[in-house]
Design a protein around this ligand. Structure first.
Ligand SMILES: Cc1ncc(COP(=O)(O)O)c(C=O)c1O
Length: 435
């Protein structure tokens, strides 16, 4: 007879199995062995997550900046079931295709600026960035400039963990872990001077592309100066350097525009995307290039474009993405991003007034941060604030790289005023408690 476990027993059993068999992504392995997982989640509804012990938490980061339409949307489950039952998977390699991926490529083109109308699909953001790095190198190769290989990225940037994307990531911890990163990646400070110095040092004839998030997410929700990207883009154009916008977090409405770079008045040469395209309901990402670049590539490439993942064009993921994008449009969720984003920032300003050590608050759409003063060598306070917030039923993230002491927020696009008030109230109380 199988024994029926109560929730406490089930949590214990799952914890032991987790420790024994599961390697958690970006985690402290030692701590996990000692303490096991903090939460074993079971359900999601709107901005809330529920765990196995019945605790209900506000997910103020949309999990990993990705569950943009909120948890528990049945429509996505229904289209996934329908597509899986009809045609769960087929290859899109070589000259095979299927309707969901064709429709999604067309839909993405409606969202993207300029003539960025042609998409290569991946399973996520890291693969999207690796795809972009290989594509720009190939592009310069077929254009008779094979020396153009180097990729320039910004310090504090996060571009993922595949070999290329982890090498482009400007957070040193990811490099120390890997020990040997890929060649031809260089990092600049977030100033125009630093970029110019890099070009001078390395030579424009060796540089293939510049990559940047419109707003750095994992690096601390860092919003650049209004003219920064315009100036960088002009320098790129003058030096035949392609501009890749990593829109994995910012894409599909997070900053209040379709894509984040629109806030800074430029159209990049390439967009990489993931997360928000499916709101995390299925793994999907991609690289979007211009029609002009696409034409050059197909005219000048002899033989194959030697790059393709098994899941480059997954029918079920594509069907989910199409439904997700339809929901964002039909429910005017980007309008809510703008409205609630403004309200979130007002709340942050109010928090700043309450605490002298809150030195900066910022936000763009529903992407925001609260930064605390941190003296050199001092311990960061935000990890403790995050623990206090958890006790009060709120999930948020601490960013402590590079001497920062920042709380990051990216709530679901569906958030209401009342729900935002709860977030502001809990964050304020948690800062107060830690002192
Ligand atoms: C800006 C940015 N680029 C790339 C990635 C990597 O995406 P993925 O984790 O889907 O590989 C992330 C993930 O957080 C990201 O925030």
């Amino acid at each position: 007879m199988t024994q029926v476990l109560n929730n406490e027993q089930l949590k214990q059993a799952l914890t032991e199995l987790d420790k024994k068999h599961f390697i958690h992504p970006t985690s402290n392995m030692k701590q996990l062995q000692e303490e096991g997982p903090t939460f074993i989640f079971t359900e999601g509804d709107g901005i809330y997550l529920k765990d196995i012990e019945g605790r209900k938490l506000i997910d103020s980061l949309s999990s990993l900046w990705n569950v943009n339409i909120g948890h528990g949307r049945e429509e996505l489950g229904e289209v996934a079931k329908e597509q899986m039952t009809k045609l769960a998977f087929t290859s899109a390699f070589s000259n095979w295709s299927h309707e969901p991926i064709i429709r999604l490529a067309e839909e993405v083109a409606k969202w993207t600026p300029g003539d960025l109308n042609v998409t290569f699909f991946t399973s996520g953001g890291s693969e999207a960035n690796d795809t972009a790095f290989k594509t720009v190198r190939h592009y310069w190769n077929v254009n008779g400039k094979p020396e153009k290989k180097k990729i320039i990225s910004r310090k504090k940037s996060y571009h993922g963990v595949a070999m290329g994307s982890t090498s482009a990531t400007g957070i040193p911890e990811f490099h120390t872990f890997t020990q040997s990163i890929a060649p031809d990646f260089h990092y600049v400070d977030s100033t125009v001077e630093s970029f110019n110095e890099m070009i001078e040092k390395e030579g424009a004839h060796t540089i293939a592309a510049f990559i940047s998030e419109p707003v750095q997410g994992s690096g601390g929700v860092n919003i650049p100066e209004a003219n920064y990207f315009k100036e960088i883009k002009a320098i790129c154009e003058a030096n035949d350097i392609l501009f890749i916008s990593d829109e994995v977090i910012c894409g599909f409405g997070r900053t209040g525009t379709n894509f984040g770079m629109e806030n800074f008045g430029i159209t990049p040469d390439i967009i990489t995307m993931a997360k928000g395209v499916t709101s995390g309901y299925a793994p999907l990402g991609g690289m979007v290039i211009s029609e002009k670049m696409h034409k050059e590539l197909y005219e000048k490439t002899e033989g194959n474009f030697w790059h393709g993942y098994t899941y480059s064009g997954h029918p079920t993921a594509a069907a989910v993405a199409l439904k997700n994008l339809e929901i964002i449009k039909e429910e005017n969720l980007i309008d809510n991003v703008n409205e609630m984003g403004k309200y979130m920032l007002e709340g942050f300003e109010w928090i700043k007034e309450q605490h002298a050590h809150v030195v900066d608050v910022r936000g763009i759409g529903l992407l925001g941060a609260i930064s605390l003063h941190r003296s050199e060598g001092a311990e960061a306070k935000t990890p403790k604030i995050v623990q206090e917030a958890l006790k009060r039923g709120l999930i948020c993230r601490a960013v402590v790289y590079d001497g920062q002491d920042t709380l990051a927020f990216a709530p679901p696009f569906t958030i209401t005023k009342d729900e935002m008030d709860q977030i502001i109230h809990i964050v304020n109380e948690s800062i107060q408690t830690v002192g």
